[in-house]
Write a protein that binds this ligand. Structure first.
Ligand SMILES: [Zn+2]
Length: 259
């Protein structure tokens, strides 16, 4: 691992092993770069540079203020990189024709890829002792008390459905801890969004996507559940970007106005 200040990061043995595994898959050292996230919930990001170097962007503040969380974020991003090296795609959307005046596709679909990756590697994070649970349960307890976060009521069913889905993924080990979220959805009249999340969650569990191909078709079906009645995802294409001797895969999903 190349790092601007290597002493900041003390990785435990299992995480170090994961790092070595990822570096072997890419044939290059992982580069860790500090960055300033534009979203307060974002702690890290991963990408593959043009020359095939796997890169982890790590929140500046985190390293200074919460060094104990640094390992967790690194492990998380390493697992994303591992899936990527195995051919798992990154979702992007492409309208079939500019003339279509599409409703905004926000939050939900752009992060669907991330959420499905999380579903796939949740057992690995748990085994590494850096699981999602603790933080996600805190968020659920804070965000769904009383009237809930004001922003939730401004969200469409698709956006909110995605939020629900992501919590269901992260807290799947102890689903009873989702109770505040379910209760909030009931009392706030947002059960339509909840039903979308439940349908996506049921689909992902049933299909158990373990290959890149399976992940892509599950992603298309999830997008159709999430945007039911608004958008219809009809097709996807894949393209490969040669990056060093490695291949980066991206999934493009064509989107058409719902008919
Ligand atoms: Zn992630």
């Amino acid at each position: 691992m190349s790092n601007e200040s290597p002493n900041v990061v003390n990785l435990r043995e299992p995480v170090r092993k994961l790092l070595a595994e990822v570096e072997q898959m890419y044939g290059k050292e992982v580069r860790i770069q500090p960055f300033t996230p534009n979203n307060p919930d974002m702690r890290g990001l991963s990408d593959v540079a043009e020359d095939g170097t796997p890169v982890i962007l790590l929140d500046n503040q985190l390293r200074a203020e919460k060094p104990e969380k640094t390992e967790k974020v690194i492990a998380h991003e390493l697992l994303h990189l591992k899936l990527r090296a195995r051919g798992f795609r990154t979702l992007f959307l492409r309208p079939p024709d500019e003339r279509f005046n599409l409703p905004p596709v926000g939050y939900g679909v752009t992060r669907l890829n991330d959420a499905i990756h999380h579903w796939i590697f949740e057992p690995d994070m748990h085994a590494l002792g850096v699981g999602f649970m603790e933080e996600a349960v805190t968020h659920v307890n804070n965000q769904f008390t009383g009237e809930g976060l004001p922003v939730f009521m401004e969200m469409s069913d698709s956006e909110l459905g995605f939020v629900f889905f992501h919590f269901m993924v992260e807290i799947r080990r102890e689903p009873q801890k989702l109770e505040p979220m379910f209760k909030w959805a009931q009392r706030s009249g947002r059960t339509a969004a909840l039903r979308r999340a439940e349908a996506m969650y049921e689909l992902v569990n049933r299909r158990n996507p373990a290959s890149a191909e399976a992940q892509l078709s599950v992603m298309v079906e999830c997008a159709n559940i999430l945007y039911a009645g608004e958008l219809r995802f009809i097709h996807f294409e894949t393209r490969q970007l040669q990056s060093g001797r490695h291949t980066r895969y991206h999934a493009g999903i064509f989107v058409s106005p719902f008919r």
